[in-house]
Ligand binder design. Sequence first.
Ligand SMILES: O=C(O)CCC(=O)C(=O)O
Length: 288
Amino acid sequence: MAIKLRKLSYGLGAEICDIDVAAPMSESAFGEVHRAFLDHGILLFRNQDITREQHLEFSRRFGELDRHDAFPSDRHPTIPELMLVTNEPQPDGTPSVSRYTGRRWHTDMSHTLEPSLGSLLRCWTIPGVGGDTMFANMSLAYDALSPGMQKLTAHLHGVHFSGGRKLDSTSADQAHAEEQMKISPPVAHPVVRVHPETGRKAIYLGEKVKRFDGMTENESKPLIEYLNRHATKPEFVYRHQWRENDIVLWDNRCTMHMALADFDQTQRRHMERTTVVGTPSGYVAAIA
Ligand SMILES: O=C(O)CCC(=O)C(=O)O
């Protein structure tokens, strides 16, 4: 199979056109998809009206799936490999704990010792307008740093925290944030990571990082903010406008992303994510 690609933006991303991810796919056909994943950082598959089992099956082609033990309350009630990103209220009528998931720049599971290789987010329901997601190419952002800044960041470790979602503070939300912090104490990862498959360096930061290891928050903040601002310049970013039955696959090792609150919050937005486990990295950070 020769796949047909359409670039999504200058910075990153490609759509794989005319593909059914639920259809049998030979090793060589999957090899082409995988090559495109490494080349573009993000892949879009449109019109994938597939079952949850088919979502899992396609995701498993990329590696072992996370059972989301780090996010127990965000899992699908019967399928632990599916994480919900939804504003649909819970069966008892209380607000969904995942309604604000991803509202700041991050890469998935960076607050754990096994940060994710990649994620596949499937769109079930979107609001009439908005509910977009932004993605940034962290390899391109790294390459654009001056040699001096590349040298300065080479030996820094960023401390990634799990909490800090924008919550409108119901007691259930607070309990959820506290539960997350207990399950996942802060973890330090190199600020510059080498992609294990492409060998390219990428900035590994985002807004879960509150300080560099061995430094205070005040000391770290200006450089963290600078690097996050630099990495999210328009030339490194793609903004995805969802359609129902889109699947977007992103490489957590060289991109970061953020879900936007650019929609009427009374309208439904329901997404489901599989998360492919990555290689071990980092260490539990000492309390500052
Ligand atoms: O809902 C989205 O658009 C993105 C969700 C997200 O950030 C995540 O699954 O990590």
